[in-house]
Ligand binder design. Sequence first.
Ligand code: ZN
Ligand code: ZN
Length: 373
Amino acid sequence: MYDLLLKSAKLVSGEICDIAIHNSKILEINKNINRDNFKEIIELKGNKYVSAGWIDLHTHSYTGLELYSDNPDEIGLKSGVTTVVDTGTAGALNIEDFYNLSGQYKTNVYAFLNISKTGIVQQNELSDLNNIDLELIKSSIEKYPDFIIGLKARMSKSVVGDNGILPLKLALKAKAENNHIPLMVHIGTKPPEIEEILSLLGKNDILTHCYHGKENGLFDKEGAPKKELLSALDRGLHLDVGHGKESFSFRVAEQGKKAQIKPHSISTDIYFRNRINGPVFNMATTLSKFLYLGYSLAELIPLVTINPAKAINLAKKGRLEKDMDADITIFTITDEEVELIDSLGTVIKGDKKVIPLAVVLKGEYIDLEEVRL
Ligand code: ZN
Ligand code: ZN
């Protein structure tokens, strides 16, 4: 007997297939798989889409530090997200605690290690260069190679204090010393200048908050992409949304779309405050915002599945294919008016709403109606 059969799954392409799952892996995707050999069968009738499990590349899911944190299952499986990546809440001094906590959740949890050994205990973790200890970074990555999937450097004025671009140079040194592990760089208010940041980034670098609405962003006043951005993209820079309380502007996202500067991944930068009070709420709401911006579903789903998986080298995730991990998101899109708000307080009315219904996580079918009760 095999574990689970999803009957009549509607793929994002519109094609209808059955998906067989066994031992937490996808066994087969095919038309009309015989029902006889399965312990559990789920009938997916109606307008229910099935995709690889959503991956949120920018979250704060280390509950050991209070400033930015949330419960991985709250922002993860209950929101249709099967993998949450914490981006730099923990540094070398607290990564062990985070690693130990992460095992108690059903949602897959991974970490970008903050280059500051303190993590985000306070807002200004890179204002003291003594916090960047390259030896400690190396030993942490060696100790948790399957948990730490990258490094994080927050490069904006409130974080770096008087240190300007220096923390980024040290982050790149740490990256080079550790097999070119991916580096996620947060951008915001200067200094450092965005042009200087971009000139240092390329392959295996992920820039988050790509559509923030502050000054020092990726576009000039007329909405044209800065030339340093175009060069960095040519070198392989990955653009990530990282919505957050302060870092997503409809105006800038529209400029991006018009200039064909689209994100490689859509992430939320979620933690308990911006989940409960907005403007983030959850991944599905973030996806609804991109439907409003005119992205198609077929364009959006790779930005929360295969693209983030590739960016952090999760070879068994992000694709709905035989032998991949059986992490799956089942969702629907309703035609209804929906009020959406960005980080600047701009409210728009969309006409489509993304609603997660269920997930398959490590092979287990979980109905979200039931976990929300
Ligand atoms: Zn940030
Ligand atoms: Zn963040």
